[in-house]
Design a protein around this ligand. Structure first.
Ligand code: P6P
Length: 337
């Protein structure tokens, strides 16, 4: 009887996947290894935050006007430091940085832009709630100029070559796609490797949960209010339970695995929606669609939105086919947001 159970690490998986990219000479897997290394460093700090002086606010506000948590700054630096040494990376854009960084824009090998939210939901860290890192990878658009980062970044989400997230929850798990299915890897702390644990994740066509911040419900657009009423009153042929963690990646991860819908519609305080298009909605939308679900703003498919600015916000509804078909019906009946 074999004692050693073969494992598939995320690095092995990425190498196999990148064979699908013509001309990828290991640079793509080297790029993704920068993200996996950075997220291992981040998780090591997240897990010990109460024991170090990394809890609490950093005392500055970021471009979003949000008070930066110390762990936000640490996570951002870990990702920037690990990715800027990958020559295939031309541009780095982060939720924590007002402007993108041109890192190897002048190198002919610089093909990719990496956009990320280093620690989404960080306001929950002090109370030990799951947080996450999101990332989106775009290929430099043909003819884009080497020193104009917007031509690298302001592409619709349908142009992403890869997207994913790490959820720092009861376990640390990386979920990613390169357009060939969605795969989940659980970090094995004993060996420090992300090991394949959820191959080819499929989002259930319908699920048991809806997830939104009901405190704002009265300020949602009419279509979203009607939609939630239909979920609550069994109009989709089943009862729903409400789950809301207040950390997008945790709420989305549950929706991906168990089904249902997560939505953050426009509100009176966030009339364009709160979530950011490039590094929250787009990666989540690519994963959702790859897993058989759908992701919409209040008016269109998320992946069709052509961004105007790198930090622009969007409404987001993401879930299984049944929930999302009903959402689109509500938009059609009650007008788009
Ligand atoms: P609210 C976290 O701050 C975040 O950006 C997302 O992770 C989360 O889904 C949302 O905000 C929660 O916002 O208004 O419900 O507290």
């Amino acid at each position: 009887m074999a004692l050693h159970k073969p494992v598939m690490t995320v690095q092995q998986h990425i190498l196999l996947e990148q064979k699908r990219f013509p001309g990828a000479s290991g640079e793509f897997s080297f790029l993704l290894s920068g993200i996996t290394l950075a997220t291992k460093m981040i998780q090591a700090q997240v897990r010990r935050a109460g024991l170090t002086d990394l809890l609490g606010s950093y005392g500055e506000t970021n471009v979003q006007g949000e008070v930066q948590q110390k762990l936000d700054v640490y996570a951002n630096e870990a990702l920037l430091d690990n990715l800027r040494v990958r020559e295939s990376v031309g541009v780095l854009a982060s939720e924590e940085n007002e402007r993108p960084l041109m890192v190897h824009g002048s190198s002919p090998n610089a093909k990719y832009a990496v956009i990320f939210d280093p620690l989404d939901g960080s306001s929950n860290i002090d109370v030990n709630v799951s947080v996450g890192t999101t990332f989106s990878i775009l290929k430099r658009a043909e003819g884009s100029s080497l020193d104009d980062s917007s031509s690298w970044l302001l592409q619709p989400g349908s142009q992403q070559v890869a997207a994913g997230y790490v959820v720092y929850g009861s376990s640390t798990m990386m979920v990613y796609t390169v357009g060939n299915g969605v795969h989940g890897f659980t970090l094995d702390p004993a060996v420090g490797a992300y090991v394949l644990s959820h191959e080819n994740i499929r989002m259930p066509a319908q699920g048991p949960y809806y997830s939104t911040n009901e405190a704002y419900r009265d300020t949602f657009p009419r279509a979203d209010q009607e939609y939630i009423e239909r979920l609550r009153t069994g109009k989709l042929g089943r009862n729903y339970s409400s789950r809301y963690i207040g950390s997008m990646i945790a709420d989305f991860h549950r929706t991906l695995l168990k089904g249902g819908v997560f939505l953050y519609p426009p509100t009176s305080t966030s009339p364009d929606g709160k979530l950011r298009l490039l590094y929250e909605a787009n990666p989540v939308a690519m994963i959702a669609e790859e897993a058989g679900g759908a992701a919409w703003s209040g008016s269109q498919r998320i992946l069709d939105i052509v961004p105007k600015t790198i930090h622009q916000r969007t409404a987001l509804a993401v879930g299984g086919q049944v929930e999302m078909d009903e959402y689109k019906r509500c938009l059609a009946e009650f007008g788009e947001a």
